[in-house]
Design a protein around this ligand. Sequence first.
Ligand SMILES: O=C(O)CCC(=O)C(=O)O
Ligand SMILES: [Mn+2]
Length: 201
Amino acid sequence: MSEALNLRGVQVFPGFLDRAAQQEIVNDIREVTHVAPLVRPVTSGGKAMSVRMTAAGQFGWSSSVSGYQYAPRHPNGTNWPDIPESVLRIWAQMAPNARMPECCLVNWYDPDARMGMHQDRDETDFAQPVVSISLGDDGLFRVGSVERGGQTASLWLRSGDVAVMGGDARLVHHGVDRIKAGTSTILANPGRINLTLRVVT
Ligand SMILES: O=C(O)CCC(=O)C(=O)O
Ligand SMILES: [Mn+2]
């Protein structure tokens, strides 16, 4: 396994996935989006997010003006597709002692998309880590603290990088400030895919 970088407690494994492994996952995620198309979530303030999302697994993410929640079905009524084996393998490597992931959230960033600072805290069991996989163009990932505000540190997540938010870093604030279009050739279009594997219940 490649040497991990520590970004305020978040473990980052640069270049964890070689090109063939990245390509396999991209193909599998394309299948997921055929069954469960990307949708643009709305914030609780009623604003459309710049990121588009879908999911695989028992639970996906659904949002509306009434709030965010995990949902057992896509807004179009279909069950979320199974989490691809190619993705489950990474969970097994990164979190061998954890429970099985129940959600693989798929984020699609157009080159001008971003994600504001937030915590992943809609899951029940914070002893289970969140494992994040980056594919496509570079994304500037920012990590703060468990508390709001204060110091942050950033690094560019590149295609094939894997990050783990676990232990004391499970609830740190984090976000993606911007995408650098044209930095990867793994996707047909400019943009970035991020997958997060989560235990929800
Ligand atoms: O895109 C990323 O690297 C982070 C995504 C994220 O924080 C989330 O989906 O909750
Ligand atoms: Mn998050």
